[in-house]
Design a protein around this ligand. Structure first.
Ligand code: CA
Length: 226
C-alpha cells in the first residue's frame, strides 16, 4: 500500500516509516500540518493516511476536514496522545475512519491499516433499505428520503450491521466483530460513539428515531426506519 504519515514527533515518524516500509508499504512522511495537507492533495493517491491529531500548522482534525471537503475518500487513521470519547468523536466528525491512541502497538496499527484498505477496496455489494433509509455500502452512499447523508467508513459499517437485521436486537460485541478488524483489543462501548454520531446524522435532522437502544444488549433498527 502507499501510505502517507503526518507526524511531527520525528522519532515516531521515523519508526512509522521504517516499520511500515518493512511491512512492504511505500511510505511518505510529512512533519507538519501544511506539508501533510499538501501531500494529501497532490502527492497521492494514497491507500491510507496516518494522521497525528496534534500537529504544528494545521492539526489533524483540520486536515481531515479539508480532505473530505475536497471529496477525498482516502481512509484516514487518526493518531492521538489524548484519550477519551470526546476526542474520538471529534476525529469521526472530521471524517476520520479509525482512531488509535498513543502509545499504540505496531501490530495493531498494521492490522487497522489493512482493514481500512480492504474495506475501501471491497465493500459489501448489497443496497440496504429500511423504510425511507437507504444505504449502498458499495457506493458508500446513504440517504433518507431524497436527502444524501455523508457517513465515515466505520459509521457505514455499524449502520449496515443494524440495517441488515431490521427489528432485531444486535449486540455491541457482534457489531464490533463485524465492523472492527481486531475486535478483541477494543472495548465494545466504542460502538456507542459511532451510534451517537449516526443518530446525529440519520435521525436528529429528520426528527426520527431509527436506532433504538436495547438495554443490556446493544441496538435495534426500527423496522420502519424510524
Ligand atoms: Ca503531535
Amino acid at each position: 500500500m502507499r501510505i502517507l504519515v503526518v507526524e511531527d514527533e520525528e522519532n515516531l515518524a521515523e519508526s512509522l516509516r521504517q516499520g511500515l516500509s518493512a511491512d512492504g508499504h511505500r511510505v511518505e512522511v510529512a512533519h507538519d500540518g501544511h506539508r501533510g495537507l499538501e501531500l494529501a492533495r497532490t502527492g497521492g493517491p494514497y491507500d491510507a493516511v496516518v494522521l497525528d491529531l496534534m500537529l504544528p500548522g494545521l492539526d489533524g482534525h483540520e486536515i481531515c476536514t479539508r480532505m473530505r471537503a475536497h471529496g477525498d475518500p482516502t481512509p484516514v487513521l487518526m493518531l492521538t496522545a489524548r484519550d477519551g470519547e470526546r476526542d474520538e468523536a471529534d476525529g469521526l466528525d472530521a471524517g476520520a475512519d479509525d482512531y488509535l491512541t498513543k502509545p499504540f502497538s505496531f501490530v495493531v496499527l498494521g492490522a487497522r491499516l489493512r482493514a481500512l484498505a480492504r474495506r475501501a477496496a471491497a465493500p459489501e455489494p448489497t443496497v440496504l433499505r429500511v423504510g425511507d433509509l437507504v444505504l449502498d455500502p458499495q457506493d458508500r452512499r446513504c440517504r433518507r428520503g431524497t436527502r444524501d447523508i455523508e457517513l465515515t467508513t466505520r459509521e457505514l459499517g455499524v449502520l449496515a450491521c443494524l440495517m441488515e437485521r431490521p427489528g432485531r436486537a444486535v449486540a455491541k460485541q457482534d457489531i464490533l466483530d463485524e465492523v472492527w478488524d481486531a475486535p478483541h483489543a477494543i472495548d465494545p462501548n466504542i460502538v456507542e460513539v459511532y451510534v451517537s454520531s449516526l443518530r446525529r446524522k440519520i435521525d436528529a435532522p429528520f426528527g426520527r428515531r431509527s436506532i433504538l437502544t436495547v438495554h443490556g444488549t446493544g441496538y435495534r433498527m426500527a423496522p420502519d426506519g424510524g
